[in-house]
Ligand binder design. Structure first.
Ligand code: DGL
Length: 281
């Protein structure tokens, strides 16, 4: 990036490959309503889930740079696939060169941090995109925090995101694939009592997911966990907090058709959205 980044305080950036990050934004706004937010959905290139490591990294970096250019000092990667494949490289290699004062945070660590309080059996399942599962980011993070104390089984649910992105989440076809992936996970480890919805899109299927869960098994969406962790982060980092504006507003950017984005986002969030179309490199 060659342009100078704006130094004035700005909104908190929230990035997702598409609509899924709205589930995170919603929780964050409920928990931290005073800040301004700038949401970016790379809908034109979603889903990311089955793309190569290199592409996910490249697309995520472009999105982060765009949000920085638009005044954000703090960006949340509200996408597990981007968090799994790009977060560490951006934090360790890009930020020190680009601007060591800016921050990029992900969604995997905040989810894993509270797992020991959620599971009774000590057996946890993760449903996520192929990319997130292949990265084993959940397994690695769980092993880092709990050693061998928790058993984890990761299974991809590759068709859930396309169902959501194509407005089929409420259709009968979704039932088949919801049951299929839950069945596959619980067959792999019948002792699982806690299923992390390790993709920010999946809470948009939560009603259906809950219908197919046996008694004693719960699905955990990440939104509230990420929101709580961000609230804690802001109190521990007053220097970042001071760079985030507080007007209580949210703006939306999409790389696809804004009319389509507005219809989906408004339906999900329950208030009217007027997004702006942008192009990423
Ligand atoms: N919502 C994203 C996640 O949390 C990825 C969905 C996709 O683009 O495949 O993983």
């Amino acid at each position: 990036m060659t342009t100078t980044l704006p130094s004035a305080p700005g909104p908190i950036g929230v990035f997702d490959s598409g609509y899924g990050g709205l589930t995170i934004l919603e929780s964050i706004r409920r928990r931290l309503p005073g800040y301004d937010y700038l949401y970016l959905g790379d809908n034109a290139r979603a889903p990311y889930g089955q793309r190569s490591f290199e592409l996910i990294y490249e697309f995520t970096l472009h999105a982060v740079e765009e949000l920085f250019r638009r005044g954000c000092h703090l960006v949340i990667l509200a996408c597990n696939t981007a968090s799994a494949k790009a977060l560490r490289s951006i934090q360790q290699r890009v930020l020190p060169v680009l601007d060591p004062e800016r921050r990029v945070l992900g969604v995997i660590r905040p989810t894993v941090e509270v797992l020991d309080r959620l599971t009774g059996s000590g057996h946890v399942g993760v449903l996520a995109t192929q990319g997130t599962v292949d990265s084993h980011s959940y397994r690695l993070e769980i092993e880092k925090l709990y050693g061998g104390g928790l058993s984890v089984t990761e299974i991809p649910a590759p068709l859930w995101v396309p169902l959501i992105e194509n407005f089929e989440a409420d259709g009968p076809g979704a039932d088949y694939f919801v049951e299929k992936y839950i069945g596959r996970l619980l067959a792999a480890d019948p002792k699982i009592d806690t299923i992390i919805l390790g993709c920010t899109h999946y809470p948009l299927l939560l009603g259906k997911i809950n219908r197919f869960l046996p008694e004693g098994v719960k699905a955990v969406p990440q939104g509230d966990l990420v929101a709580e962790s961000l609230a804690d982060y802001m109190t521990r980092h007053p220097e970042i907090d001071a760079k985030c504006t507080r007007g209580g507003c949210a703006s939306f950017l999409t790389t696809e058709n804004p009319g389509k984005f507005d219809a989906m986002a408004s339906a999900f969030l329950g208030y009217e959205i007027n997004s702006t179309k942008i192009t990423l490199p």
